[in-house]
Design a protein around this ligand. Structure first.
Ligand SMILES: [Zn+2]
Length: 112
């Protein structure tokens, strides 16, 4: 189960990101649509992984991250959910596509 190891990495990263991890209330992550990860499985894995960690009370908030496309012809940046997409404005197939294929720690909310 790939999601579980990803969840363990997220718990570890969040635990090490702040001086007092026991105060971390919320962990925000951006899950790329192309990452192949199932959000429900990731949330489940996070619940398990946090139990014996430094952030047992943290809640996971998942945001979906789209892939970003860029068309050099019309200087347009657009979001989509495919590995590759043509420009929605001029139809050019010469687009550059990136992101949306990984998991990133987006933010941490810490109690004062
Ligand atoms: Zn274009």
């Amino acid at each position: 189960m790939h999601e579980f190891s990803v969840a363990q990495q997220l718990v570890l990263a969040a635990s090490q990101a702040v001086p007092r991890p026991e105060l971390v209330r919320e962990v925000g992550v951006r899950v790329g649509l192309l990452s192949g990860l199932v959000s429900e499985s990731l949330a489940f894995g996070f619940e398990a992984a946090k139990q014996h960690s430094a952030i047992p009370q943290a809640v996971l908030k998942i945001q979906v991250a789209y892939r970003s496309g860029f068309c050099p012809a019309c200087n347009l940046t657009f979001e989509h959910a495919h590995f590759w997409a043509p420009c929605p404005k001029c139809g050019s197939q010469d687009t550059q596509n990136q992101g949306g294929d990984d998991v990133q720690l987006a933010y941490l909310e810490v109690d004062e």
